[in-house]
Write a protein that binds this ligand. Structure first.
Ligand code: PEP
Ligand code: CO
Length: 448
């Protein structure tokens, strides 16, 4: 373990993007209550994920990390279930195309905090603190709603526990049984060209299962067919919360942040000497770090050295978010530099955050074509560098939202207002998400 680390040592560094809590004593109190709560995930599960990610880094598996931009405290069980359905559908498509395991990690059960480019938001002549995610404040534009409320840290814990309970029930309790692949194709997605293509694939899976049964294999005994391993992740942004959920593993004596299996550092908080690096370097969970177009070779090599001095395979996932116009120039030198260090990392593309812009009517959006193009640029860059294109990181929902443009419905600016529901960034809807999976499947089936 690196020297001089403790769950509190981040407090000696500058912590960007933290709320200014009006009542710091209340935060201390809340942290103490949280520290007495049971862990949400277990160290052994985080170690299991690290091993699977090591397989991804060797090109033996593919990572699908996906979910909401900002989870809401109010999202319904149906909406959580439908998001899971889409992720399971995408995973089936990718498994089939790639002929290899797909490691499924949700942006779920804890993705409640948002970094913001400005501390305040102005509407008319009223200036209020920015919305920082439900773990901090509320989205409504009033003084009360925008006040950073420490009690929300507890609400986030409870909400994460309830969501995780649903996720575990869905993925372990029969819902994810491969003989139910058709049931994941909810009506809105099924009524689309991608939905039909998925149905055809599901029929093929049915035939394979029937063949196995006919051969005398008792499929009900094959846990790989009737349940899936699904892991949780979120941006470890609000360090008071993450610190309070950090526990020493009784088996190994290592520290784990038990708020999620995998935690990542955002593009805005990845400074090598910052508080987020300091906190995360000391926990043994698998870690992600966002890498944007301004990242230098020294930044990226520094991230690997700081977070993984012991060079544990599967510990580091670098999530690149360059923008479709920049990726072919900015990514290859970083791939070469990390390759030269001999350190193994998982490279993942986030084709969402580098392609965001404001549409004519003021809605933040992303175009489907730019998203697909960034993914293509990601695969091209890896083919060129001789490195492994390890996975994709997406913001999506199963719902019929109109937040991203394009796709087979060819959504245009005028459609945005119809069903724009996100609290933060624009997400792929269920149809667009499945469409992305088919595009990635094509790229994956020809991956070197
Ligand atoms: C996000 O993943 O929601 C996010 C804020 O991304 P980034 O840190 O890459 O900007
Ligand atoms: Co986002």
């Amino acid at each position: 373990m690196s020297t001089n680390w403790s769950p509190q040592s981040w407090r000696n560094r500058t912590a960007l993007q933290q709320p200014s809590w009006p009542d710091p004593a209340a935060v201390d109190q809340t942290r103490k209550i949280l520290a007495d709560q049971p862990p949400l995930v277990f160290a052994g599960e985080a170690r299991d994920l690290t091993e699977r990610l090591a397989a991804v880094s060797r090109g033996e598996a593919f990572l699908l990390q996906a979910g909401d931009c900002a989870e809401s405290f109010e999202s319904s069980a149906d909406s959580i279930r439908d998001r899971l359905k889409v992720i399971l559908q995408m995973a089936v498509v990718l498994t089939y195309a790639g002929g290899m395991p797909v490691v499924k990690v949700g942006r779920i059960a804890g993705q409640f905090a948002k970094p913001r480019s400005s501390d305040t938001e102005t509407q008319g002549d009223v200036e209020l603190p920015s919305f920082r995610g439900h773990i901090v404040n509320d989205i409504g534009f009033s003084e009360t709603e925008r006040r950073a409320e420490p009690n929300r840290l507890l609400m986030a814990y409870n909400r994460a526990a309830a969501t995780l309970n649903l996720v575990r029930a869905f993925t372990r309790g029969g819902f994810a049984d491969l003989s139910r692949v058709h049931a994941w194709n909810q009506e809105y997605v099924a009524d689309s060209p991608q939905g039909a293509k998925y149905e055809a694939l599901a029929n093929e899976i049915d035939r394979s299962l029937a063949f196995m049964r006919a051969c005398g294999i008792d499929l009900s005994k094959e846990s790989a067919l009737n349940q899936v391993d699904f892991f949780t992740s979120h941006e470890a942004l609000i360090l008071d919360y993450e610190e309070a959920l950090t526990r020493e593993d009784s088996l190994t004596g290592d520290w784990y942040d038990c708020s999620a299996h995998m935690l990542w550092i955002g593009e805005r908080t990845r400074h090598l000497d910052g508080a987020h690096m300091e906190f995360l370097r000391g926990v043994k969970n698998p870690l992600g770090c966002k890498v944007g177009p301004t990242a230098t070779v020294d930044d990226v090599v520094g991230i690997c050295e700081t977070l993984n001095p012991d060079r544990i395979d599967g510990r580091i996932t670098l999530i690149t978010r360059m923008g479709s116009e920049k990726i072919r120039d900015t990514l290859p030198p970083l791939l070469e530099a990390v390759k030269e260090t001999g350190q193994s990392v998982v490279w993942v593309t986030d084709p969402m955050h580098g392609n965001t812009y404001t549409a004519s009517d003021g809605h933040k959006t992303r175009h489907f074509d730019a998203i697909v193009d960034e993914i293509a640029g990601f695969f091209e860059s890896h083919a060129q560098a001789g490195t492994i294109a390890g996975g994709i990181h997406l913001e999506l929902t199963g719902d019929a939202v109109t937040e991203c443009l394009g796709g087979s419905d060819d959504l245009v600016d005028d459609d945005l207002a119809r069903a724009y529901e996100t609290m933060c960034d624009p997400r792929l809807n269920g149809r667009q998400a499945l469409d992305v999976a088919f595009r990635v499947a094509d790229l994956l089936s020809t991956r070197g």
